[in-house]
Design a protein around this ligand. Structure first.
Ligand code: BES
Ligand code: ZN
Length: 458
């Protein structure tokens, strides 16, 4: 049996409904990090649970200590492969709100793109698989494999509850391969299969000084300024070329292998265009590596947020009592987030100016991931993507993180297939996030064909 022309025709006919449904889901402001959005996050879980249930899958909303997870499965098919589709319905915060052309939760189509928070990351992408499975079941034909879904609400805050619960979910989630669409194409018109992701370690660093804000005229020159101390500390963590200065930070870093470097060198990278697309005059980073190598396979340090002193209009001459920074380190195999925490503490101990106190709170950590590049699932995905996009995908790694993937590999012992439909200018995590409508449709098509290709494997 194959993803018959009948089903592909049906997908094409259903396109307006597919789009309308995505817009409906996008209207629900499921910002997982915002405690005032608790109810809306739950609504987003119910929305997708209802959608899956309506197509006849058996569905469970699983409570966690935080936001709920949606689990669903199609009927088991004896002797056929089992695939687990993982994705997330939670989204990142939307600020700065003033930068959005339309409201982040008022999905709008402009120039063939659907704009809204979560359009590409990840509601639009995970919904491609939901739509293909629902339409397949709707068509009256049995699926040629069993598909399970796990769509969670805490990916953007580190997936800590899922990680905690994973061992007890082992049997339920048992599968041959996890399929994830929460990444991107290599470039416009060049789809990709992602076989590696960076890990992450995030922190909040606080530097405390005087017991309250002080007049900078009366006290300047007499005390250490916490904002300056924090800047010095942050500056000391990295050199002029972006090498991280923590003790032992590079000790475990797995170097790129020559074959990988050669393969990436064949990708159509263009630094000038890349710089232009993000509005910078020149790129920055570690010497001896290309831009893709630095983004995908080298560890980094970034400041994600910085607060201290007067944030309002005009001048206020104070020495702030405190300064805070939100930090993230992107990690590569085989770095260990806990060892990074210890190295930061050591570095702060060695470099903190006197007269202030530092405090480091670890938020979440996940190791980097590598998956097979020539498994039977990769071959099946090659065929599915080629039929839907008209081009064979290239193999790439990406710099972002999906905290739970390495745990899936360890706990479920399954293969991992990362099929991204997004584009690098989709503005994930930024104002005016978008997803190209055509890529949503192509994703649905590729997904439908993928079930067929995987069904043929056994
Ligand atoms: N979709 C991204 C992961 C991603 C980004 C994959 C870019 C490939 C390319 C995911 O939703 C995400 O943003 N994850 C967070 C995790 C963090 C908050 C723990 C990330 O990478 O910052
Ligand atoms: Zn994200």
């Amino acid at each position: 049996m194959s993803a018959s022309n009948h089903l592909l025709d049906q997908l094409a006919e259903s396109a307006p409904r597919h789009l309308e449904e995505l817009m409906e889901w996008l209207r629900i402001p499921s910002v997982s990090s915002d405690s005032t959005r608790f109810t809306e996050v739950k609504q987003a879980a119910s929305w997708v649970a209802d959608k899956l249930e309506g197509a006849g899958l058996s569905v469970e909303i699983m409570p966690t200590q935080g936001h709920p997870m949606v689990y669903a499965e199609s009927p088991k098919i004896d002797g056929a492969p089992v695939v687990l589709v993982y994705g997330h319905y939670d989204v990142q915060p939307v600020e700065p709100l003033g930068e959005w052309i339309n409201g982040p939760f008022e999905p709008t189509i402009r120039d063939g793109n659907l704009y809204a928070r979560g359009a590409t990351d990840d509601k639009g992408q995970v919904l491609t698989h939901v739509q293909s499975v629902c339409d397949w079941l709707d068509s009256g034909q049995p699926l040629p494999l069993q598909v399970k879904f796990l769509i969670e609400g805490e990916e953007e805050v580190g997936s800590l509850n899922l990680e905690r619960m994973l061992p007890e979910l082992r049997e339920k989630l048992a599968c041959d391969c996890v399929v994830i669409s929460d990444s991107g194409q290599y470039s416009d018109g060049q789809p990709a299969i992602t076989y590696g992701l960076r890990g992450i370690a995030t922190y909040e660093l606080t530097v405390d000084g005087p017991s309250q804000d002080l007049h900078s005229g009366s006290f300047g020159g007499a005390v250490m300024n916490p904002a300056i101390a924090l800047c010095k500390l942050l500056g000391s963590m990295i050199d002029e070329r972006g090498r991280v200065q923590l003790p032992g930070y590079y000790d475990r870093v797995r170097e790129l292998n020559p074959g990988e470097r050669e393969q990436w060198a064949g990708l159509p990278q263009n630094d000038a265009e890349f710089a232009d697309s993000i509005g910078v005059e020149e790129l920055f980073g570690e010497e001896g590596y290309t831009t893709d190598e630095r983004r995908w396979a080298r560890p980094t340090f970034d400041v994600n947020g910085l607060t201290s002193g007067h944030q309002g209009e005009g001048v206020k001459t104070i020495i702030p009592a405190t300064a805070k920074a939100k930090l993230s380190f992107r990690l590569v195999p085989d770095q260990d987030p806990d060892e990074v925490t210890a190295a930061i503490e050591q570095h702060l101990e060695n470099h903190c100016p006197t007269g202030v106190r530092w405090k480091l709170e670890a938020d979440h950590g996940a190791p980097g991931m590598l998956a097979a590049t020539d498994s039977r699932f990769v071959h099946a995905a090659n065929r599915a993507i080629e039929s839907a996009f008209g081009v064979l995908p290239v193999l790439i790694r990406e710099g972002g993180s999906i905290p739970i993937v390495t745990r899936f590999q360890e706990v479920l012992g399954c293969d991992c297939l990362l099929l991204g439909w997004g584009l690098s200018d989709d503005n994930a995590h930024s104002p005016n996030e978008k997803f190209r409508v055509e890529d949503y449709y192509r994703g649905i098509r590729a997904s439908a064909i993928l079930w067929d290709e995987i069904g043929k494997l056994n």
